[in-house]
Structure formats: C-alpha cells, structure tokens
Design a binder for this molecule. Structure first.
Ligand code: GLN
Length: 520
C-alpha cells in the first residue's frame, strides 16, 4: 500500500491553491467592503446639511469643494500610509501581526465613526487611514508568501485574491446605500465596522492555514540588518545620494511655497522615502538585487499613470454619467448614477479568472507573458477604453446627451486593463522585492496607486477648463503612447529582472514546507 503523507493545514489545497489564500481572500473582502462602503458615503455625508434632509439624518453641511478636497486627501493618504505600514512589518512585527493590528484598528475606526461628533469623524478617518496602511500592503505580501519562488500558481492566486477585493467592493456599493437610506449615515458607518469585525474573526480563525507566512524573522546577521536610521545616516557618507536628496528637498520646499501646506508635507514625506530607497539600493548586496529593485521602481511609473487615468471613474466619469448620459433603460427605468460604479467590480468578478488563464496558457506555450508586458498592455487597453468616452463626449456635443453604452464599453476596457496591471503588479512585487524589504516595496506600490488617485483628481478638475472631449482624448493619446514606449523597452527591462519569471512552474504542497517570502 502506498504511504500517504498527512498534510499540515497550511499545506492543504483547495482548487489547486493553498487554503491560506482563501483566508486572506475573505479577510481582504470584508476589509474592502468596509473601505468602499464608507468611501461611498463620505462625500455625501460631508455635503448633507447639518439639519438633515431625510431619514439619513444630519450631515456636516460642507460645500462640495471642501468635501472633495478632504476626500482627495483621504483616499490618497490611506494608500500612502502603506509605506510606514510596510516598514513596521519588515522591521518590527512581520506582516501577519501588522494585518492583525490593522484589522483591529479598522474595527475601532469604523466604530468611532458611528458617533455623531465632529471629533469622532476626524478620529475615525485617522484610524481608518492607519488601519488600511497596516493591513493592505501586508496582506498582499502575505499572499505572495504562500508561494515558493518560481511557482506558476502565484499569478493566478493574486487574480483570485483580486476577485475577493472586488466582491467586497461590489457588495458594499450594493448594500450600504440601502442601509443608510433606512437607518441613517452612522448605521452605514457601523455596518462597515461590523463587516470588518467579520474579517478580523475570519483572519484569527484561519491562522492555522497561515503558519508559514508573514512571520517576523529577526535578522541574525548584524551586517545585513540595517535599520532605517542607519540608512539615513549613511546618506551623509555618500555625496552623490546626498546631492540628489538635497535637490529633492529644495524642490519640495519650493513646492510648499507655491502650493499649500498639505502638498508641502506630502513632498517632504516623498523626499524622505526617495532618499531611503536610494540608500536601500546602494546597500543591496548584489547587482541582481539592485537591478530587480530598479525595475520595480520603474514599473511603478506605469502604476501612477494607470491609476491617474483609471481613477476618473469615481470623479469625472461619475459626474459625466450623472449629468450628460441618458441613463434610461429602454424607457423602463432610470439607472441611478452610483450603480455604474459597480460595473468595474462586476466585470472583474466575471473576467478575472479568464484573463489569468489566458496569460497562464500563453506562458505554458512559451509566448510573451511577462508581468512588465502585461502591465504595459494594461495601460494601452485601459487608455483605449477612454476612446469610448471620446465618442460619448462627441455625441453629447452633437445631440445634448450621450448613450450609456459608451460608459459600459469604457468600464469594460478599463477593467480588462486593470486585470492586466493590478493583480499582476502585486504578484510581480512579491517575486522581485528583496525579502527583507518586501513589505516596504508593497507599501511603495500602494503609495504609487495613491499618487495616481491624486493625479486623477487634478486631471479631472481641469476638465472644467478644457472640456471633457479634450481630457478624454488627451488620456487616450498619452496612455497609449506610454504603453507602447514601455513595450519598446521591454527587452532591457526584462533583462533587469534576471529571469525571475522565466523558470516558473507548477509546484506541489510538499514542496512548500517552511518557506518564507520569496527568497530571491
Ligand atoms: N481597487 C483595488 C483595491 O481596492 C486597487 C486599489 C489600488 O491599488 N489603489 O485594492
């Protein structure tokens, strides 16, 4: 009789993936429900009058300009805080505990938002920013940690994880509005807190499937374990780096002078991060590590550009849907504007596995399927989607209204583009980042998406000056050109990865015993 090996929980698989993936999937699904549910309410709550117009109750009575300004900063900060969130995981507690603390802080933050006082509003938002900063980058790095270097299932794992993200977002946008309409704003915030509690319970209960991943490994080798403080102090022994950092610092101060203090703080923070990244680059032990680090940072340029265009969804495209689109469905009923926001999440759920399988098949056939190629293609496909918004704007200029089909097509291509870049980038980071800076690099990635969000806001605002047709056409031209340029330099870029994706193959649970994140 053949000997059967008894698998430990963390080695068990479901549908060919480690069970830990589904634990992280569910935790992130509830976290995203709470995030997107609360985000959907935020601007509306701030702009509702303090007297309260209906069953939803009193709002904050802010102007829409004030509300949008806070919204822009808030949505950027949640992602920018992923950098300290990643640093804390790398240097102090490991990703697993960071996710746990993040989830607890999120439960408290959403709980505080149930209260009606203004201090509770700011405190709640602050806690949500801290909680997401701790949870979001680290749970993503943990997904990567479920796979050994070279395991071909990793990309698909991230696509499945991405479905969880969007399932949370879809459920939130469908449910939270109804709850608020019946029981008021603070019930909506409370619901976000309750679902986050579900996420926390699920995470704690699923720990036995995650024993091998996200643990803090204190370095035993003092030489290698360079603290961030030490890295900064080494800046002063490196004239070239000091010069770069000094130039950035001056640019930040000039920026501060011409813009407001918020931007000033942001520029200073980014200067500090840029200096740190320069020093990390310098400290990396081998040229392979250095090249991979560099290619990751270059790929983040694509990330900023992608989200800078894509995130028109919540702003300019949302307003366009509201005011310039014929939302009447065959004369039966008018589809509410907010429902168009669900198209993206819905398309992701429908197409994520299909897109992942297409790439996996290409890879097995030995055709081009590198992450960098997918990311560049993702920008082109998303940019192409804006062509339908150009058609919409042209139709509006001609007839005073535009068909909703343009929006559906635009969101469809945006989603396919997102599937080529977003889950792919998450996976790519876990393949390339040096293990001891894995969470930091994930944090920098999310900060790049946050900056993309801010860029989107700035581009969207300029539509009132230039008109939608110009903005949408400009986005098509710019993104398609950028995507093509990246494809043109694909070969040298891929060389910098030193074949990290070339040897990917199917691995089995018995090969995944006792590894920590990508040991490259
Ligand atoms: N929509 C995705 C999420 O919520 C991606 C967001 C991002 O990377 N900024 O995770």
């Amino acid at each position: 009789m053949a000997a059967t090996t008894v698998l430990k929980p963390h080695q068990k698989e479901l549908f060919g993936q480690p069970i830990g993936l589904y634990i992280l999937f569910l935790t992130e699904m509830w976290e995203r429900f709470s995030y997107y549910g609360m985000r959907a309410l935020l601007v509306l709550y701030m702009t509702t009058s303090t007297l309260g117009d209906d069953a939803r109750g009193a709002g904050l009575g802010w102007t829409s300009k004030e509300a949008l300004a806070l919204y822009g900063w808030y949505t950027m900060l949640v992602y920018v805080m992923s950098i300290p969130g990643g640093m804390i995981a790398d240097k102090l507690i490991g990703q697993k505990k960071a996710v746990l603390f993040g989830a607890i802080i999120l439960c408290i933050g959403h709980g505080v938002l149930v209260m009606t006082d203004i201090w509770a509003f700011y405190t709640g938002l602050g806690l949500v920013i801290l909680g997401v900063g701790l949870l979001k980058p680290n749970i993503s790095t943990m997904v990567g940690g479920l796979y050994k270097q070279g395991d071909i299932r990793r990309d698909k794992g991230f696509s499945i994880f991405y479905i969880g993200i969007n399932l949370g977002s879809l459920l939130a946008t469908m449910i939270v509005g109804g709850v608020v309409a019946k029981w008021g704003w603070h019930a909506g915030f409370g619901l976000a807190g309750i679902v986050m509690l579900l996420g926390l319970i699920n995470y704690i209960a699923g720990q036995k499937y995650l024993t091998q991943v996200g643990n803090f490994v204190p370095s035993t080798n003092d030489e290698n374990d360079v603290s961030y403080g030490k890295l900064y102090s080494r800046l002063f022994t490196s004239p070239k780096q000091l010069l770069y950092a000094g130039a950035l610092l001056i640019a930040s101060i000039v920026g501060w002078y011409f813009m407001d203090w918020g931007y000033g703080m942001l520029f200073l923070f980014l200067t500090a991060i840029a200096a740190l990244l320069m020093m990390i680059y310098k400290e990396l032990e081998t040229q392979v590590y250095k090249d991979r680090f560099m290619v990751l940072l270059l790929s983040f340029i694509m990330v900023i550009i992608f989200w800078g265009a894509f995130e028109q969804a919540g702003g300019l495209m949302n307003l366009y849907t509201d005011t310039k689109t014929d939302r009447n469905l065959f004369g039966w009923f008018e589809i509410p504007t907010v429902m168009y926001q669900s198209l993206n999440a819905g398309f992701i759920i429908l197409f994520a596995t299909l897109v992942a399988s297409i790439w996996a098949k290409r890879k097995l056939k030995g055709k081009e399927a590198s992450s960098l190629f997918k990311m560049a293609l993702g920008i082109i496909i998303m940019g192409f989607g804006f062509l339908f918004m150009v058609f919409a704007a042209m139709q509006f200029e001609k007839s005073g209204t535009s068909s909703m089909i343009w929006l559906v097509l635009a969101y469809f291509f945006h989603t396919i583009g997102e599937l080529c870049i977003s889950p792919v980038a998450l996976s790519f980071i876990t393949k390339l980042a040096p293990a001891k800076y894995a969470s930091l690099m994930m944090g920098v990635y999310f900060a790049a998406t946050g900056l993309g969000n801010k860029v989107a806001g700035i581009v969207g605002e300029s539509a009132s000056e230039f008109g939608e047709l110009t903005i949408f056409s400009g986005i098509v031209i710019f993104t398609v050109i950028v995507g093509i340029l990246f494809i043109m330099i694909l070969k040298p870029l891929k060389r910098l990865t030193h074949g990290v994706e070339e040897s990917e193959r199917m691995m089995h649970s018995d090969e995944t015993e006792g590894f920590e994140l990508a040991d490259n």
